[in-house]
Every structure is written in C-alpha cells, then in structure tokens.
Write a protein that binds this ligand. Structure first.
Ligand code: ATP
Ligand code: MG
Length: 180
C-alpha cells in the first residue's frame, strides 16, 4: 500500500497539476493532496480560498481510480518545523512528489523519499502565468481543467482578481465609489 503526498498552493489548480496527479494515480494506491497557505485568499498571489481550491481539485479528479484526501494546511512561519506540521494534519504517506526546491529539501532532510515529476509545459502551466492572464484579460481557460474554469466563473474569480489588483485611486464614482 503506497500513499503518495502532493502539495501546492493551487492558485489556481491547473493542467500541470492534473497531469502529474494522473501519473501518480497510475502508481500509488491512494493520494493525499495538501492545499498549502490555506489561510490566504483575496490576495493578488493567493486569490482563492482553501475551500474553493479544494472544490477545484476534487471536481477535476472526480474520475480518478484511487482514494483521494484533500487537506488544507495553514502556513507556520518556521521551515525547520514545517514537515512535522504537515504530517500532523494529513493521513500517513510513504513518498512525496514535488518539484518545488524548498519543499523537496525540507522533506528529504526528514528522510522522506522525494520524487520530482517532469514539468508539463511549465512556461504556460504555472499559477503565476494563469493569474497574470486572468488579470490582463488574456486567454487562460485552456490551461486549467474544465471544472476549474466553471468554478472560477461561479465564484466571480476573474472580477475578484481584477478588483483586488486595483489601487484605491482607481475607484471612481462610476465604478461604485462614493464621494465623501
Ligand atoms: P505559482 O506560480 O503560484 O507558484 P505553481 O504553478 O508553481 O503556482 P504550485 O501550487 O505552487 O503551482 O505548485 C504545486 C506543485 O505543482 C509544485 O510541486 C510545482 O512544482 C508543481 N507544478 C507546477 N506547475 C507544474 C507543471 N506545469 N507541471 C508539473 N508540475 C507542476
Ligand atoms: Mg509554485
């Protein structure tokens, strides 16, 4: 029985994550997914809540053949203790899949086997690039699984990203501001 662990912020969940998780599902007996920086939302770099991200992941992996556990994990600002914090929150796992250098380092220092999956067209499939495209009004829907673009539409995610990126001085009376 191999339980694999995968962690990310998933701001948002995209086709690169989906590609890796479908591969992992071919070898592991169960997958544990940690949704990192779970306490953050409504920020330019972290627009979506943990609950919204959990929905994106579970809807996109509805047909996966292995049991899936999706667990929110809040930040603790102590890297040296972070692996213990993560392990205290999720089901036991045997191996972690990550390509994030800090995550790889912290888990391998604790003696946990780390596998680093190949990147899936990384220049396009990165949360940073997708958030940039959403903000600029460029095409992004093709970079995420269909349920993710539906969820982002349902929660008004595009407007949220654009609104929180504005400066105070961008608010005019015609965009809902009041003259005081
Ligand atoms: P951001 O740009 O906001 O950091 P991200 O695309 O790196 O977003 P994360 O949630 O930070 O996504 O990453 C979760 C995991 O997914 C990490 O291990 C990361 O290396 C991996 N990952 C990200 N993009 C890809 C990709 N295109 N192909 C394969 N793995 C990826
Ligand atoms: Mg990243």
């Amino acid at each position: 029985m191999t339980r694999a662990f995968y962690i990310g912020r998933f701001q948002p969940y995209h086709n690169g994550h989906q590609y890796v998780l479908e591969k992992i599902a071919g070898t592991a007996d169960a997958i544990v997914i940690g949704v990192g920086s779970a306490q953050l939302s409504h920020e330019k770099e972290n627009p979506f809540t943990a609950g919204e991200r959990i929905l994106m992941i579970t809807e996109s992996l509805k047909d996966i053949r292995v049991p899936l556990y999706v667990i929110p994990i809040e930040d603790i600002k102590r890297n040296a203790l972070w692996v213990a914090h993560v392990r205290s929150m999720v089901p036991p796992f045997d191996i972690i899949y990550s390509s994030n250098p800090l995550v790889m380092r912290l888990f391998s220092e604790e003696g946990i086997p780390v596998r680093s999956p190949a990147m899936y067209a990384r220049e396009l499939h990165s949360g940073t690039e997708i958030r940039r495209r959403i903000l600029k009004g460029e095409q992004w829907e093709n970079l995420v699984p269909a349920p993710v673009s539906e969820i982002i539409s349902e929660i008004g995610g595009v407007e949220r990203i654009r609104q929180i990126a504005r400066n105070d001085c961008d608010v005019t009376e015609s965009s809902g501001g009041h003259s005081l």
